[in-house]
Design a protein around this ligand. Structure first.
Ligand code: 4AD
Length: 458
């Protein structure tokens, strides 16, 4: 029974360290009496005392159950993940002991509704998700593994990073738009299109919102979006998803150097904003203890020089031969180069043949395009961008060369008919950015419920 003679409790989240809370010392100084809700993250028993770590998604709190409170039926049968309501006094942890926020809750009352109890025995979460669980099973149990410390930290950092992108684009006066996911045009090649029946017509899931962003420039100024993109990637790699979050921006009346400067600015400012939150910074340091914000300027390297660099370092192409101009730099070679150089690289001026149809040629060297990939150590490419062809005849010729029927693209090429402009933009894979920032082995661990070849559940 709750003791009604005690001070009325203050309802708080587990991370609340605001002024309204004082910590008792177990003697003369009384701490604030609080009411908290959460799930049992961990529990251990020491003779007459039970220590719980409670979790509510905002933080963790150590809870101490003593005397009769540690001997009730509910306490004796308590299972991990059970939800609890707990009332008690917040006190400093004894000298030499450690607990989140250096405090512990000395419970005087708790309540567990019967349906709040988590399964125990063979069905206990610790039996279903453990160090020995098969990898494939863990993926099927993503709804449970998300409760783990690493997964939840990555997801919380993700929320902060997405918020930071929005803030930084607002600082730069970009307008946010929301282009369609159901489309009838390709952007990055027919090989990775997800096709579907759209009533009586064929449609695709969008590969990129770029073409739509370009149509916003004339009336909205610089624009961005944070939307899903879809790619039917048929290989299993640690950086390819079928559905990913794409941060894309498009800038009007710029040249290629403006684009590179802007990109460097956005990446660095997003990191600054993200790290300015001490909790998020701590999560990033927990996940990636060696993290240091990248130094500016980023290394700028032309594709042609990268080919030379790869050959000087005897890094061969996928056929086991020396790289030559025109080769696609494959994932493995790209990552080795980035890891050796060990700082962000803007790889620029790719040959037109290996890049998308819409990319602007370099006036000085028409073999290559004004294109950029941003490469990060540990992951490789996290951004792809370029200046766009802004002349109608040139763009129509590019459609022809690529064997793309321009008819469904009328709304795209007509931009060049009604007041064209030098413009460019880029797309950043949010999961790849996070894999780099949070030092995750794969992008699959950087999204809520990953979708990739062979997996569409849970
Ligand atoms: O280089 P990509 O294909 O470029 C575009 O889609 C441009 N149309 C974007 C633009 O200019 N607005 O993709 C851009 C980024 C890549 O650098 C990568 O980070 C990410 O999107 N990406 C993927 N991330 C996860 N899984 C996949 N299958 C990805 N494909 C691309």
């Amino acid at each position: 029974e709750e003791d009604k003679s005690l001070p009325a409790p203050v309802k708080i989240k587990l991370d609340d360290t605001s002024d309204k809370i004082t910590l008792g010392n177990g003697n003369d100084v009384k701490g604030t009496r609080v009411r908290v809700f959460g799930r049992v993250h961990r529990e251990r028993r020491q003779k007459e005392v039970m220590f719980l770590t409670l979790r509510d998604g905002y933080g963790y709190m150590q809870v101490v159950l003593t005397g009769p409170l540690s001997k009730t039926y509910d306490a004796l049968t308590l299972t991990r993940e059970t939800s609890m309501e707990i009332l008690g006094e917040l006190r400093e942890v004894p000298a030499g002991a450690h607990a989140p926020n250096n405090r512990e809750l000395h419970a005087d009352y708790y309540k567990i509704h019967s349906h709040w109890k988590a399964a125990g025995g063979d069905d206990a979460i610790t039996n279903r998700v453990s160090k020995d669980t098969e990898h494939a099973t863990l993926l099927d149990l993503r709804h449970l593994t998300l409760r783990g410390e690493t997964a939840s930290k990555v997801m919380i950092v993700r929320d902060a990073v997405e918020f930071a992108f929005n803030q930084v684009y607002k600082e730069l006066r970009f307008r946010k738009v929301s282009p369609p996911a159901l489309v009838q045009t390709q952007v990055e090649g027919g090989g990775t299109l997800f096709k579907l029946n759209y009533y009586t017509e064929e449609a695709y899931l969008t590969q990129s919102s770029q073409l739509y962003l370009e149509t916003c420039l004339p009336s909205m100024g610089d624009v961005y979006c944070i939307e899903k993109s879809f790619r039917a990637e048929k290989s299993l790699t640690r950086r390819h998803l079928s559905e990913y979050t794409h941060v894309e921006a498009e800038l009007d009346f710029i040249d290629f150097n403006d684009l590179l400067d802007h990109l460097e600015n956005v990446i660095c400012r997003v990191l600054e904003v993200t790290l300015s939150n001490p909790v998020i910074k701590q999560y990033i340091m927990d996940l990636n203890p060696e993290f240091t914000a990248p130094e500016r300027p980023f290394l700028r390297m032309k594709y042609e020089d990268a080919i030379k660099w790869l050959n000087e370092h005897e890094i061969v192409n996928e056929d086991g031969e020396a790289h030559k101009f025109g080769d696609d730099i494959a994932e493995a070679a790209e990552r080795r180069m980035t890891d050796i150089i060990n700082r962000p690289i803007f790889l620029t001026h790719f040959p037109a043949e290996i890049k998308a149809f819409y990319m602007q040629r370099d006036k000085e060297d028409p073999r290559v395009t004004e294109s950029v990939d941003c490469l990060m150590p540990g992951v490789g490419e996290i951004v792809g961008g370029s200046m766009r062809m802004d002349q109608l005849d040139e763009l129509m010729a590019a459609f022809g060369r690529e064997g793309i029927d321009p008819t469904p693209y009328y709304w795209y090429w007509e931009q060049r008919k009604y007041g064209s402009s030098p413009h460019g933009g880029y797309g950043l894979g949010l999961e790849r950015f996070l894999a780099w920032l949070c030092k995750q082995h794969t992008v699959r661990d950087c999204c809520l419920y990953p979708r990739y070849f062979g997996r569409c559940k849970p």
